[in-house]
Design a protein. Structure first.
Length: 104
C-alpha cells in the first residue's frame, strides 16, 4: 500500500491536490498541522480513496504549536466522520489514545 502526504498551508491548494494524490496512491495522508486553517470535512467530502489524518505536535515534527486538546478535537472529528485512520504519537499517552479510540 502506498501513502502520499498532502502538506499544504492553504486548504484550497490541498483540496486541489487531492485528486492528483489519489491517482498515484492507495491512501492519502492529510497533514492538518501544516494547514493554516485545519479542516476535516472538506477532504472527506471529496475523497475517493482512504484518508489518514495527522495533526502532529511541534515537538514530534509538526509544523506549529497546537494544544493537545485542539489536535484531539480534529482527530476525533476525522475518526467519527469516516476517516480510514488517524495518526497520534505514542507520547500522547495511553489515556489520550484510549479516548481517541472511542471516536473510531
Amino acid at each position: 500500500m502506498i501513502c502520499v502526504s498532502l502538506v499544504e498551508e492553504d486548504l484550497t491548494q490541498a483540496l486541489d491536490l487531492l485528486p492528483r494524490a489519489e491517482e498515484v496512491a492507495d491512501l492519502v495522508e492529510i497533514r492538518l498541522d501544516a494547514l493554516k486553517a485545519p479542516a476535516v470535512k472538506p477532504f472527506l467530502a471529496r475523497a475517493k480513496k482512504p484518508l489518514l489524518f495527522t495533526y502532529r505536535a511541534k515537538n514530534e515534527g509538526g509544523f506549529r504549536e497546537s494544544p493537545l486538546e485542539e489536535r484531539l478535537s480534529f482527530l476525533k472529528e476525522a475518526a467519527s466522520h469516516g476517516a480510514f485512520a488517524v495518526d497520534l504519537e505514542l507520547a500522547a499517552g495511553a489515556e489520550v489514545i484510549a479516548e481517541l479510540k472511542t471516536s473510531c
